[in-house]
Design a protein around this ligand. Structure first.
Ligand code: SF4
Length: 255
C-alpha cells in the first residue's frame, strides 16, 4: 500500500495508538535503501532513470497547515503520535533535519500531547544531519530484524549498506533507543528466510546486548507482504522470544 499524501491518517497503530502519519517520500512511489521481503509498500520499483520528486518543505508546510485547519482542537487532542513513516525511508529526505524542526513547531502549536516518532531502518543514523534531527524525536524506533548478514540480505535486502556497518551504527547511536524487530519465516525453503532459528536469535541477542536499547518491540506480520510465502508468528510464539530478551534484562513488548 502506498500513501498519496504528505500527511495521512490518523490511523490506529498497534504500537503507537492514534498516529498521524508524515510521508516524506513521493506520493505513490516507494523510495528505500532496503527492499524488505515484508515491506507493506511492496518491492522497490526498477530504476527508470527519472527520479520522482520528494515533497518540498513548502509542500510539507502547506499539507500540515491544511490538516490543522480542517480538524477541530478536539480531533487534534486525540493524536498520540506524529509519525514519520510512509512510502519508504524518511531519513533519505535531504531536508530531514529542517522538516523535523517544522514538525516539532507544528506539534507544539496543534498537538502538544503527541509524541514525535521516527520509524527508521537506521541506515542513515550515523549521518550528521540525521543526528541533528534526532533531538526533535521523542520515539526513535530503529529497525534490527536479525543477527547475521545472511538473514539481513534475505530479509532486508539492502541496496548497499553492509550488515556490519549497520550494526556498528546501532551500537554507536542506538543506546537508549527502541529497537523494532519483525520476526518471521518463509514457507518456501528456497527463500531461506527465518530469523527465529536458535542460532540466528542468539546472534541477534548478542547484538542487542551491545546496542543496549531502552526497549525492544517484537512484532509479526500484520498486512499483505510482497513475498507471499511469509509466515506470521502468533502472539504466543512472539512471547517466547520476548521472554528470552526479558531474561537478559531488556524490556520487551510484543505486538
Ligand atoms: S525499511 Fe521499511 S520502507 Fe524500507 S523496505 Fe523495509 S519495510 Fe519497506
Amino acid at each position: 500500500m502506498l500513501f498519496q499524501n504528505v500527511v495521512f491518517g490518523p490511523i490506529q497503530s498497534r504500537r503507537l495508538g492514534t498516529s498521524l502519519g508524515i510521508n516524506l517520500l513521493p506520493s505513490n512511489h516507494k523510495i528505500c535503501n532496503f527492499d524488505c521481503c515484508y515491506c507493506e509498500c511492496g518491492f522497490n520499483e526498477k530504476e527508470t532513470g527519472e527520479k520522482p520528486a520528494l515533497p518540498s518543505i513548502h509542500d510539507i508546510v502547506s499539507s500540515l497547515e491544511q490538516y490543522a485547519s480542517s480538524h477541530t482542537k478536539a480531533e487534534m487532542k486525540k493524536i498520540n503520535s506524529i509519525t514519520f513513516s510512509g512510502n519508504g525511508e524518511p531519513t533519505l529526505h535531504t531536508d530531514f533535519a529542517e522538516i523535523c524542526r517544522l514538525i516539532s513547531a507544528f506539534r507544539k502549536e496543534f498537538a502538544p500531547q503527541a509524541k514525535i516518532t521516527l520509524l527508521t531502518n537506521a541506515t542513515q543514523i550515523g549521518k550528521q544531519d540525521v543526528q541533528n534531527a534526532v533531538r526533535y524525536i521523542d520515539n526513535l524506533l530503529l529497525k534490527l530484524d536479525c543477527g547475521t548478514a545472511e538473514q539481513y540480505n534475505k530479509i532486508n535486502r539492502p541496496v548497499s549498506l553492509r550488515f556490519e556497518k549497520l550494526v556498528e551504527n546501532l551500537i554507536r547511536f542506538g543506546q537508549g533507543s527502541v529497537i523494532q524487530t519483525l520476526l518471521l519465516k518463509s514457507a518456501n525453503p528456497e527463500d531461506g528466510i527465518d530469523n527465529t532459528k536458535d542460532d540466528e536469535f542468539a546472534a541477534y541477542m548478542k547484538i542487542i546486548k551491545q546496542v543496549n536499547p531502552k526497549r525492544i518491540m517484537l512484532y509479526g506480520i500484520d498486512r499483505t507482504t510482497p513475498n507471499s510465502n511469509l509466515i506470521k508468528l502468533s502472539k504466543d510464539e512472539l512471547d517466547v522470544y520476548a521472554d528470552r530478551l526479558r531474561f537478559i534484562g531488556f524490556e520487551t513488548e510484543v505486538y
